[in-house]
Design a protein around this ligand. Structure first.
Ligand SMILES: Nc1ncnc2c1ncn2[C@@H]1O[C@H](COP(=O)(O)OP(=O)(O)OP(=O)(O)O)[C@@H](O)[C@H]1O
Ligand code: SF4
Ligand SMILES: [Mg+2]
Length: 359
């Protein structure tokens, strides 16, 4: 859409692994607009990080983008030269990586690391960068900025390091911030503070945010739209309200075993029986079929396309209408309530009772 900041269409990414290949991203599409927060959730290995790293030109090892487009400010990021991407990274698109310690230079003072991006992008003068660093340290909640400027990463707690990462990522006032599990390693109080901080920074500049998280509580607290990934594909995409009220994919229903209430362990993705395995061939049928209690013959033969259900809600499941009909108001009622209940159980429970498995 024209008013999107970043619009990724039909992204494909592969890795070489010995004589075989790993199909890490298999036709993923998603977009985010100014001032919007897009949440990407899914189990480990579902292709969340690889999707955003490939768009940013940061794939490691044998990773290769083999198809798709990623339009940002009128340019396809996947077609830019390395130098052009380097100009955009850190200036127009900020990134907070999954592991803050590996993204900070242990031998460099915190203040210099924050200044570095501003200077390399010629965002401001050295004096301007120094002053902005002090301002950023204050904004991200690190007191006594002048003294802290001289600290090294190991002198900071995990929460403080994450704040530094955020300061670095937003230093040049990017239009888009990509945050890969920015709060996973932090305790709950700090987690909440960091999320509030991101929201405040977003409100100041209508920055778009892509937030990757394992945590439904985090996603449902701060995101405007959520996409659920599995096997490198988007299984479901919906505005938050619809996502909570009408989950239409059996995988989403399963993951949402317990939700909301940041502050408890209960909001982690629910474990679903079976394991997500890396694909060594491009998917030709529903990749979730072997774990899905509703899998029918068609699911084993045809790849379900991501298709609209109305109101900006998309799903990649042959039986989504049946899932919705079988769940009826029950799923919505439970998710709208205190949740933490057994919505996930409905994959094998009420949903499965309403829809004949292996129909
Ligand atoms: N450098 C690499 N070399 C080979 N395979 C890789 C590499 N990076 C990722 N992969 C594979 O790509 C797939 C997707 O990985 P990705 O890191 O995107 O998962 P994720 O959804 O971010 O998981 P997590 O929640 O654990 O961070 C996995 O099967 C992974 O093993
Ligand atoms: S019902 Fe079929 S298409 Fe839908 S998730 Fe289950 S296996 Fe996939
Ligand atoms: Mg990841």
């Amino acid at each position: 859409m024209a008013d999107e900041l970043l619009s990724v269409e039909d992204l494909h990414v592969e890795f070489e692994r010995g004589d075989s290949k790993v199909y890490a991203v298999n036709g993923a599409s998603f977009s985010v607009g100014p001032g919007e927060t897009l949440g990407i959730v899914g189990e480990s290995g579902s292709g969340k990080s690889v999707s955003v790293l490939s768009v940013m030109g940061l794939l490691r090892g044998s990773g290769q983008v083999t198809g798709g487009t990623a339009m940002f400010m009128g340019k396809d990021l996947l077609k830019l030269r390395r130098r052009q991407l380097e100009d955009i990274r850190g200036r127009d698109i900020g990134m907070i990586f999954q592991d803050p310690m590996s993204s900070l230079n242990p031998t460099m003072r915190i203040g210099d690391q924050i200044m570095e991006g501003m200077l390399s992008h010629q965002y401001t003068s050295r004096k301007g960068a120094f002053n902005r660093t002090l301002q950023l340290l204050d904004e991200v909640g690190i007191p006594e900025g002048k003294a802290r400027f001289r600290s090294y990463p190991h002198e900071f707690s995990g929460g403080m390091r994450q704040r530094v990462m955020i300061a670095m990522a937003v230093a040049c006032e990017p239009q888009l911030l990509i945050a890969d599990e920015p709060t996973t390693a932090l305790d709950v109080t700090v987690q909440t503070q960091i999320l509030v901080l991101l929201r405040q920074l977003q409100l100041k500049g209508r920055m778009g945010i892509i937030l990757i998280t394992h945590d439904f509580g985090v996603a449902t607290n701060v995101c405007d739209r959520i996409i659920v990934m599995y096997a490198g594909k988007v299984m479901e995409s919906a505005p938050l309200v619809d996502f909570l009220a009408r989950p239409a994919h059996p995988y989403t229903v399963g993951l949402k075993g317990s939700v909301i209430e940041v502050g408890t362990k209960a909001h982690q993705l629910r474990a679903i029986p079976g394991m997500a395995t890396a694909l060594t061939e491009p998917p030709r049928a529903c990749p979730f079929a072997e774990r899905c209690q509703l899998a029918a013959d068609r699911c084993l033969e045809e790849l379900p396309p991501l298709r609209p259900l109305g109101l900006g809600h998309y799903v990649a499941c042959h039986r989504a209408e049946e899932v919705l009909a079988a769940a009826g108001t029950t799923v919505g009622a439970q998710v709208g309530g205190p949740v933490g209940g057994q919505v996930g159980g409905q994959v094998g429970g009420q949903v499965a009772q309403g829809v004949t498995a292996r129909a």
